[in-house]
Design a binder for this molecule. Sequence first.
Ligand code: NDP
Length: 435
Amino acid sequence: TKKNPNEPEFLQAVLEVAETVIPFIEENKKYQNKMLLERMVESDRIIMFRVAWIDDKGATQVNRGYRIQMNSAIGPYKGGLRFHPSVNLSILKFLAFEQTFKNSLTTLPMGGGKGGADFDPKGKSDNEVMRFCQSFMTELSKHIGANTDVPAGDIGVGGREVGFMFGQYKRLRNEFTGVLTGKGISFGGSLIRPEATGYGAVYFAQSMLETKGDSFAGKTVVVSGSGNVAQYATEKATQLGGKVVTMSDSAGYIYDADGIDAERLAHVMEIKNELRGRISEYVKKYPNAKYVAGARPWEVKCDIALPCATQNELNEDEAKALVANGCICVAEGANMPTMPDAVIVFQNAKLLFAPGKASNAGGVATSGLEMSQNSLRLSWSSEEVDEKLKGIMLAIHASCVEYGKDSSGYVDYVKGANIAGFVKVADAMLAQGVV
Ligand code: NDP
């Protein structure tokens, strides 16, 4: 707290890990001394830089860019770039810290990193976004590389932005390498990467439900967000027989009692990805649905909840409402969407609760598969990548059970994910000496 006084999100993420990992360290002599956790909370390196660019009116704009290179014990830094006005050091450090554990859980050789800028893509033209991305990459290119640090997308950074940044990196360095993931299919992107985070979260929830002999079939599902993760979580939950009744954005949520099926989801994708509009526009085409302004969807009765928008979007009262309404399973698609008090509500109610670092790891895992394909100069089929993704989500689930199951049989997935993620990074750090 003394070292990072103005970083509440970072402290929140560290506290959650420390609460479960410190007792484990105390029981395991090998991990004592050597200041392992103390070293893990200190970034290898933080880069902060000016991003100046010119808008369509010819005026100069200035934003702040960041890259947090958190931990490279088990592989090159890996983690997304976020473009959102709320971006600051605390948010990116929390994300980079979480990413280190998440990447370790994927079983792939990737260290932890995160970056972005306080740039707001909303309302900007394609040309403005391109000029911003080019300016951002002009500085970032000095610090990343296919074997050093491989960024990807996150909030506000999708295929369009990754394409512009890749083009600028290639121009500056005159090399065609897998320096970014989430690329377009025609220039080294992996099939299933856009789907991977949402699909992975649903695969993980499915594994949790299977431990109770249950499944998505016939279940009512509440999803928050309407971006990349929310869209593909909705698609997979529907394919597995669930009925998704809500999606949201920062202004409110839609409730469609008929279910957001494939056709309706295609309309959401058109609104959000092509027209870059608001979720409220959904009710114009589907008037039976209702739009609730200024609220989040957790008040809606459901069996399964998938928070897929942003951090701290589900509070204690909302958790109590979900439990009271009979919700049995919560799997985080977003990073740290559930507030600490709300996690306790879920755990006390013995709900199946998965933290994002386990349940949303499918995105970065598939980014790891994109890196492998780029190194091999090969492209795998959708089926091949999807099978690998399923296998990785199953392996993460098994690790969580291994480290998180108590004597009563209840699985604390938070504890399981934190310890399993910690062990691999800690072993590598021990072997590499005090650095
Ligand atoms: P997108 O930018 O595609 O979508 C973000 C969605 O969340 C939008 O619907 C957005 O609404 C909403 N949102 C953003 N900020 C807020 C806010 N402050 N309050 C309420 N809603 C908000 O991002 P992604 O879908 O890629 O990311 C969503 C979450 O998933 C993030 O937590 C991200 O870190 C996490 N994640 C993403 C991965 C990926 O592969 N993309 C991988 C692992 C985790 P609006 O349009 O109004 O801004």
